[in-house]
Design a binder for this molecule. Structure first.
Ligand code: IPD
Length: 283
């Protein structure tokens, strides 16, 4: 049977590439005019502009009302963040906004597509490295059209683990994150790393450069595309407590296999986060 979403998948790759070119150009202009005081504005403008370009292009093709769109910028402006059974695009226009401001060279466009709440495909374009990661359910994962696989390391002592400290700087969360980092480092593992973009971290797991990446407080648009890419590269996606993964829960463990995932999960100090689809309090 023909793949019903094949042309949507190909279109998502084209849109991600075009969005990445806009980000690269904005980054070059930013380096010319950079001052700390305007950095935040610039990020907001670029994020908003790129999200408009992505959603605008997708709506031209699929905007007959049958598709839904969840985008980081639209949600921050009050649009709903609910995953329904309808075909749904989940978009992070600029994953790694802090990196973008600083010229730190990992910034990604992340576009995922779900139907009946199941992720069908994911595209992550690491635009400063010009690496196009993509995966379609059941069809494998690729980087610049070369098939990628997770690493076959089962010994935690031979692993590199990726993590991020996220954006919440409350003492409770920072303490738990650093305590978790310390415990994992002391297992010991070969190293801890973090690229500053969750989407890119997941692609590094998918391509075998790292054995695992996890985060609490992450959003669905940061990870949805990466979930498909890791799964299709042979890896696993779970909740940080080992239960089944829930895209809206803001908790995610991605790993090359369940042995590595289980060993890391023993060290994670879990903290509470509000779900992405939690009702927004009325003002
Ligand atoms: C952030 C990045 C970062 C992760 C944060 C995300 P953004 O996304 O993915 O790696 O630690 O939790 O919010 O804000 O740059 O799109």
């Amino acid at each position: 049977m023909a793949d019903p979403w094949e042309s949507a998948y190909d279109f998502a790759v084209q849109v991600a590439r075009a969005a990445g070119a806009v980000i690269r150009k904005a980054g070059e202009d930013e380096i010319k005019v950079r001052t700390k005081s305007c950095a935040v504005d610039l990020v907001t403008q670029t994020d908003e502009r790129v999200e408009k370009i992505i959603i605008g292009s997708l709506k031209e093709q699929f905007g007959d009302g049958s598709h839904c769109f969840i985008g980081e910028e639209s949600v921050s402006k009050g649009e709903p963040c609910n995953l329904t059974d309808k075909p749904t695009w989940i978009i992070d226009p600029v994953d790694g906004t802090t990196n973008f401001v600083h010229g730190f060279p990992f910034v990604a466009v992340s576009i995922a597509f779900a139907v009946n709440k199941e992720l069908e495909f994911g595209v992550v374009y690491s635009c400063l490295e010009d690496k196009m990661y993509k995966a379609r359910k059941g069809k494998g994962a690729f980087c610049n059209n070369e098939q990628i696989r997770v690493s076959d390391v089962k010994d935690i002592n031979k692993s590199i683990i990726l993590l991020e400290h996220g954006t919440d700087r409350s003492i409770e969360k920072v303490t738990k994150i650093f305590s978790t980092m310390q415990k994992i480092l002391r297992i010991p593992v070969h190293g801890l790393r973090g690229s500053g973009t969750a989407a890119t971290n997941m692609c590094l797991v998918a391509s075998g450069a790292s054995e695992a990446f996890f985060e609490m407080g992450i959003h669905c648009w940061d990870i949805a595309a990466g979930v498909v890419i890791v799964r299709e590269a042979g890896g696993i996606i779970l909740d940080v407590d080992g239960k089944p993964f829930d895209l809206m829960s803001r908790r995610m463990m991605s790993a090359n296999n369940d042995i590595i995932a289980a060993r890391i999960m023993k060290e994670i100090e879990i903290f509470e986060v509000l779900r992405d689809d939690a009702p927004v309090p009325k003002k």
